[in-house]
Design a protein around this ligand. Structure first.
Ligand code: FA5
Length: 360
């Protein structure tokens, strides 16, 4: 058993030395310490060891296990340090320690990103709609095919106000209003194309990529024969315009009661390049823009015939988009009110400000 445990330690030492990301360590943990791992296999072999040697053999296995556990802890600490350094390098354009060089006001980074996305959609024939932050149960949930007691409501707990109103949890809360506002377009042979940005509120566990107050931008397009191809085209155009470079995205199925089919559009984390970091919850991907084909019940609730018209909707996470756009690794920077951080984005102002009077 001594030879075997020593060989195991040697093999582990070689493999751990080659690990370059915390995800590699997780694989090693499974390989060596998992239920079907190498240490467990040695434990099984204990059965075949004669009684007089069992105690010593057991100790050797435990020693090897301890050795591997300690090495894992050390390696994780080392890799975390390295990953943090990589984060700092990746975010060199954003430096919290820079002195404030401006003595005049500056636009908030979310405002800058919002304007940019608005501009992209304006150029594609969409109108930019305004919608209040206070809504009601009908608009936020019922009209979106989320009846009372639907489990989807659990994901979007919010602040309820006394007059049967609530702070909107998503920009989808305006879908019914905007669809009604423009449904005459359809009767006149024109599509409905609108985006509606806004601040959303949720009872949320705050971390590097979750806030309780954040911005989304909803977009809808309805007409005869609108399909998923149209949806993908608009998403691609928007992302390539915003980032002005190739970015990796993935589309996977997602459930939202107000679309069918529904998708999650994730963007590969631009902070860590996909290796995993706190900004993307160590997954390498950031949920950015869920989307899908508007559910017939939602069209019906707005008085639109789902047999004749179809449409897509998307809910872009604008605060997260700003994180990726500017390499801000912690979402809390945006609501911090820290001028030292926030005023750095002034230089990157955009050329076509819309809705000057509404700027935050
Ligand atoms: C929604 O809010 C849906 N209304 C989106 C939608 C619209 C789906 C139209 C289909 C059709 P979700 O809860 O996943 O979905 O939020 C959408 C995006 O908002 C997320 O991908 C993320 O980018 C952002 N987001 C959500 N919660 C937070 C949060 N707590 N902090 C920061 N950003 C968030």
């Amino acid at each position: 058993m001594f030879e075997k445990t020593e060989a195991l330690k040697k093999l582990f030492t070689e493999k751990v030395a080659k690990a370059t990301a915390t995800s590699d360590i997780e694989q090693l943990r499974i390989e060596f310490l998992g239920k079907k791992g190498s240490v467990q296999a040695l434990m099984q072999e204990l059965r075949n060891v004669p009684n007089e040697g069992k105690k010593e053999a057991g100790q050797k296995i435990n020693e090897a296990k301890q050795y591997i556990e300690n090495a894992i802890t050390e390696k994780i600490a080392e890799l975390k340090k390295f990953e943090e350094q990589k984060l700092i390098e990746a975010t060199e354009s954003y430096d919290e320690s820079m002195p404030v060089s401006v003595d005049y006001g500056s636009y908030h980074p979310i405002t800058l990103v919002r304007r940019e996305v608005e501009q992209i959609f304006l150029s594609m024939g969409f109108s930019v709609e305004d919608y209040s932050e206070i809504t009601d149960d009908y608009n936020c949930f019922e009209a979106l095919n989320i009846p009372k007691h639907h489990p989807a409501r659990d994901m979007q707990d919010t602040y309820y106000l006394s007059s049967n109103q609530l702070l909107k949890t998503h920009t989808s809360a305006a879908q019914n209003t905007i669809l009604r506002k423009y449904k005459s377009n359809l009767e006149n042979g024109n599509p409905i194309r609108a985006i509606f940005p806004g601040r959303c509120f949720r009872n949320e566990k705050i971390d590097a990529c979750h806030e309780n107050t954040f911005f989304q931008m909803e977009g809808i397009m309805v007409d005869e024969n609108i399909s998923i191809s149209n949806l993908i085209y608009f998403m691609k155009t928007m992302l390539s315009e915003v980032f002005q470079k190739d970015i990796t995205v993935r589309l996977r199925p997602g459930f939202f009661p107000f679309v069918e089919p529904g998708f999650e559009l994730d963007i590969q984390c631009l902070i860590c390049g996909g290796d995993g970091c706190p900004s993307c919850k160590d997954s390498g991907w950031l949920e950015l823009c869920p989307c899908g084909m508007i559910h017939p019940n939602v069209l019906t609730a707005a008085g639109i015939d789902p047999e004749k018209y179809t449409g897509f909707a998307f809910g872009l996470g604008m605060t997260r988009l700003a994180m990726m756009r500017y390499g801000v690794k912690d979402i809390r920077v945006f609501n911090s009110g820290n001028l030292k951080s926030l005023s750095q984005f002034t230089e990157k102002s955009f050329t076509n400000p819309s809705n000057e009077s509404k700027e935050a």
